[in-house]
Design a protein around this ligand. Structure first.
Ligand code: NAP
Length: 458
């Protein structure tokens, strides 16, 4: 596994990293385990909260510096990268405020005696993370688990190593002891070896279905608790009473933010007969007015994709869709720029027998569908092996909520594209994975819920 920063705008190799050795892995496990033993009974929570507070301050003070590192690693727009750094800082604020409440023992009401559940650290967490939000993905597992008392070993995507390294150094700068977060440049086999180690008690992965299956298998064989945040093919279901002007305003963020490389980007737009033609016109206006260029230039509105490999894969998927009957309503032309740009593309007429009907297209490609009766729109939204996020767009909020309750997804947004906030639990259903990150649910995923029970004396 080669860990390299290849700037997707210039195609230049900016950094290359040596892989870690077996001795580095043992040092990470040994330091992490000593910390876990030290923290297990809740000691030093006050100190850990101070460190996370400092982490938030450092993120805010150095927002542009960290944003640039991410932009060079995987090409995202500098403004979007700065927003990501801000979001990570908000996780620090939220969890510092909530840690005592989330870690407090939970009384159990039983008339048979006295019972309560301690919420305790469980051990080292092995985290495998992707490139699309290089800081956010690490932050949303590291921050809560550090407060719980679970040290973390990180294997980040091989194409954003500079971001992973920078995040780990930042954690050290904030005052965290060695072993709190160890970033390793390692192979898939080495990830498996770490998962098998008895000092590791949790495994989390954010990534593709394929990567998730491989890592979940290692976790299952070794009986390690795991969470999987996987891909999606999110439906954006428009109701017949939707306001097309309001809808037009969210098209960009719903589909083109981060060059369309968001797990919860809306990927399938499902329109009622009465709005289908007008929606296509509006979507074309949005897609044709993007400005591709240097992601460090604040005038650029559409970033390159993260790598040549990702761009080639998307092109292959679009070609397959077309070969099986999909129509190109807009786009799918070469882009005359050196970077890994993909022209925003709108596809229609993807039928259920098209191989792309049930595949995630992870880039600036929108698939648009039409329905006549709402029940068919809902059925289309649910006709996917994935179930990550979804959007319902309509003026009658009571109806939008009724429809939301019928969607097979881990998350539904009403009259908005996807969103992620520290207090909102994030996660999927079906092949989009299991478990949650963020909020109280994410905080609790790798806690040992330890029952203490004393029956009444008879
Ligand atoms: P990926 O190939 O699965 O990679 C994600 C991470 O898993 C990387 O660190 C990768 O390392 C590692 N990995 C892959 N196979 C592995 C194996 N067999 N053993 C150990 N580690 C392994 O995913 P991707 O295609 O780069 O990322 C995009 C996907 O992530 C999309 O499907 C997207 O929807 C999903 N995603 C989901 C969420 C969510 O919260 N649900 C959030 C963001 C992204 P290497 O880089 O070294 O291969």
């Amino acid at each position: 596994m080669a860990y390299r920063t290849v700037n997707p705008y210039t195609n230049e190799v900016e950094h290359e990293y040596q892989n870690n050795t077996a001795a580095d892995i043992e040092a990470a496990l040994s330091k992490g385990y000593q910390l876990y033993l030290h923290w297990r009974n809740g000691g030093e929570l006050a100190e850990r909260k101070e460190i996370i507070t400092r982490l938030g301050q450092l993120l805010r003070q150095n927002k542009t510096k960290y944003a640039e590192i991410m932009t060079r690693d995987m090409g995202k727009l500098i403004g979007e990268a700065e927003g990501e750094v801000e979001l990570c800082a908000s996780f620090c604020d939220y969890y510092v405020k909530k840690a005592d409440e989330f870690l407090a023992p939970r009384p159990i009401f039983t008339d048979s005696g006295n019972a309560y559940v301690l919420r305790q650290a469980s051990g080292i967490l092995m985290a495998v993370e992707p490139w699309n939000f290089p800081f956010y993905q690490i932050a949303r597992v590291f921050i809560p688990n550090f407060l719980v008392g679970n040290p973390m070993i990180l294997k980040d995507a091989s194409n954003c190593p500079t971001s992973a390294q920078a995040f780990a150094e930042l954690v050290t700068e904030a005052g965290a002891p060695a072993g709190s977060l160890t970033n390793l440049f390692i192979s898939y086999d080495q990830v498996g070896q770490i998962i098998a180690d008895p000092r590791v008690q949790g495994v989390c992965l954010t990534g593709s279905e394929r990567g998730g299956q491989a890592v979940a298998k290692e976790a299952a064989v070794n009986l390690k608790k795991n969470t999987m945040e996987l891909g999606g093919n999110d439906a954006f279901l428009v109701l017949p009473d939707a306001d097309i002007d309001k809808l037009s305003k969210v098209i960009f963020s719903a589909r083109l933010y981060n060059a369309g490389q968001v797990c919860t980007s809306s990927k399938r737009f499902i329109l009622p007969d009465n709005l289908y033609d007008e929606f296509l016109k509006r979507a074309k206006q949005v897609f044709s007015s993007v400005k591709m260029g240097d992601p460090l230039d604040r005038q650029t509105t559409l970033a390159p994709m993260n790598s040549k490999r990702a761009k080639d894969k998307l092109q292959k998927q679009v070609n397959t869709a077309i070969e099986h009957g999909a129509k190109v309503y807009y786009g799918n032309q070469p882009v005359d720029l050196d970077g890994q740009f993909f022209m925003p593309t709108i596809l229609t007429e993807i039928t259920p027998d098209n191989p792309m009907f049930n595949q995630e297209m992870f880039g600036p490609v929108m698939a648009v569908y039409k329905y006549s009766h709402l029940k068919d729109g809902i059925a289309l939204a649910n006709n996917s092996s994935y179930g990550l996020g979804s959007t319902i767009f309509g003026e009658d909020i009571a109806q939008a909520r009724r429809v939301a309750s019928q969607i097979e997804a881990g998350m539904t947004w009403i009259n908005s594209g996807w969103a992620s906030l520290p207090e909102l639990p994030f996660g999927g259903f079906k092949h989009s994975g299991y478990g949650r990150e963020l909020a109280n649910l994410g905080f609790g995923e790798f806690i040992n819920e330890h029952l203490v029970y004393q029956p009444l004396e008879k």
